[in-house]
Design a protein around this ligand. Structure first.
Ligand SMILES: [Zn+2]
Length: 505
């Protein structure tokens, strides 16, 4: 049987459908498919001894941002070292397509640190490049609403005219037909924040017609969490949409921690009403995003290039510092941590709180924005550990790292530890909560595949992709922290993508 590549023996199989573990063997074909998963009566190909450990389908990170970083780092070390073989990318409204002359320059600035020429235009030309570069994990990108809107109307604050709205719908339909699993929004970022509910509903109708999913970074995850969730569900009902993913579901800020019950009730009642609302979460209590989210008032409507331009003027710098001091309490800055920046002078301070880096954290923030608004990212504390546990317990919660594919070194910038630890920490936390191994693995494999319509993976089943992970459930431990964010997790013995072993611990 010369088409056989691997014969994996002596393993406990957890199939990704909620069942298991059971003893079994797996045969992998030379073209990267699963030939059989169960008892085996033949023995040929290269034998791999699983040493009595657990063999599971490749883990699916449903919320990543590796869109460009994976091209600069095709080995995807941060992902494959935690067993992630597929990432749903294009999240929070930010995708690498469609590109037009209206958004290309902005995205080149945003991704400048990766030195990747943005030479494609559509979903299919972008995916083709990922294939040529042999990027792992396999990226399945959503179409991002911010990129989509900017492709037709740029980044300015404006209402779309009829022709622009129509062009946007056509571009979305084209991406969906080429294989994008859905649309993502980031409704607190420019220019998504300028969209009316009507604009979103029109796009949702395109999704509904194609049977695809809407994944949303809500307009507010804190003070207006319930209103934002309510509006999303209202739009979904009006558009007749059936699948919604709430990205990095959380209650941000202690004043909003009590809102979890109501938010979960709203989701549960939508689910009872026939809408498949699902959520993802990174198992950490510090968020991370661009530092520019701290901007107050009209500053918050500027895109990165406009922020940097405006802050070349020292008068404007002083004015922004004054506004920031007014709008944020002094202790706020103790909760803001610099994670990465292109500003050379502060590279060695990454991982520290702004108050640890400078005597005047406000001026520091202004300086970082002036020099690198596009590339400076910060972490913000303010989530509840107890709510995190409760969110992870929801049977429709999946792992979403919100992180990038990165190498072990810091050549492409430093990460939030979630980029290297989410999947392993997610599994470990579930097992510690006495969720069965079958169920825990399902949440990171079968459930994400079902949710995002990936029919060729997520299960140990004949003919599916041989995306496999051999892991030791007793040894699972994420080890990355803010001081050493690129430390790989323990417990992942090897990771196989499409029949090729891409990582060994
Ligand atoms: Zn987001």
């Amino acid at each position: 049987m010369d088409c056989l590549k691997y014969h994996i023996k002596n393993v406990w199989l957890v199939r990704g459908d909620g069942s298991g573990p059971v003893r079994g063997e797996v045969l992998v074909s030379a073209d990267g498919r699963l030939l059989s998963c169960g008892p085996s009566y033949i023995s040929c190909g290269t034998v791999i001894d699983g040493r009595g450990k657990m063999l599971v389908p490749g883990l699916i990170d449903v919320h990543g941002h590796s869109d460009i970083s994976v091209i600069a780092s095709p080995g995807g070390f941060s992902k494959v070292s935690q067993g992630v073989t597929t990432e749903i990318a294009g999240n929070c409204g930010l995708s690498a397509f469609p590109l037009t002359e209206r958004n290309r320059e902005h995205l080149e600035e945003l991704y400048a640190q990766y030195h990747v020429p943005l030479s494609w235009s559509s979903f299919s030309s972008y995916r083709q490049l990922l294939k040529e570069k042999e990027c792992v994990p396999d990226l399945i990108p959503l179409c991002g609403h911010n990129t989509l809107r900017a492709a037709v109307a740029g980044y300015e604050k404006k209402t779309l005219d009829r022709a622009e709205a129509e062009e946007m719908k056509q571009l979305l339909a084209a991406a969906l037909e080429e294989g994008a699993p859905g649309l993502s929004t980031g409704l607190l970022y420019v220019p998504g924040k300028f969209a009316s509910p009507g604009e979103i509903i029109e796009l949702m109708k395109v999704l509904a017609a194609h049977g695809k999913i809407y994944a949303t970074h809500l307009a507010s995850e804190g003070d207006r969490l319930l209103e934002s969730l309510e509006e999303t569900l209202m739009c979904v009902r009006e558009a007749g949409l059936k699948k919604v993913q709430i990205s990095h579901f959380k209650t941000a800020g202690p004043a909003n921690w009590h809102k979890l019950d109501t938010a979960v009730d709203m989701i549960q009642s939508a689910r009872k009403g026939g809408i498949s609302v699902t959520v993802d979460r990174y198992p950490y209590t510090e968020s991370m995003t661009q530092l520019s989210v701290i901007l107050p008032g009209e500053w918050a409507d500027l895109d990165d290039i406009a922020i940097e331009k405006r802050l070349r003027n020292s008068e404007e710098k002083r004015e922004l510092a004054r506004l920031l001091s007014q709008s944020r309490s002094a202790d706020y800055w103790q909760r803001v941590r610099l994670v990465s920046t292109g500003v050379e002078k502060y590279r060695s301070s990454c991982g520290k709180f702004l108050t640890e880096i400078a005597g005047d954290p406000v001026m520091l923030a202004v300086e970082l924005l002036a020099l690198d608004a596009a590339g400076t990212c910060a972490a913000f504390s303010g989530m509840s550990e107890e709510n995190l546990t409760r969110i992870l317990q929801l049977p429709f919660c999946m792992p979403g790292s919100d992180g990038n594919a990165l190498p072990a070194d810091h050549s492409l910038g430093r990460a939030h530890p979630r980029a290297f630890g989410t999947a392993v920490r997610f599994l470990r936390r579930l097992l510690e909560m006495n969720v069965s191994p079958g169920e825990a693995v399902y949440r990171a494999t079968g459930l994400p595949a079902e949710t995002f319509g990936l029919t060729d993976r997520g299960l140990l089943r004949q003919q599916l992709r041989a995306d496999l992970v051999l892991l030791d459930p007793e040894d699972l431990e994420d080890r990355a922290d803010f001081a050493s964010p690129h430390t790989p997790a323990r417990g992942i013995i090897w990771t196989m993508v499409n029949g090729r072993i891409v990582y060994r611990s």
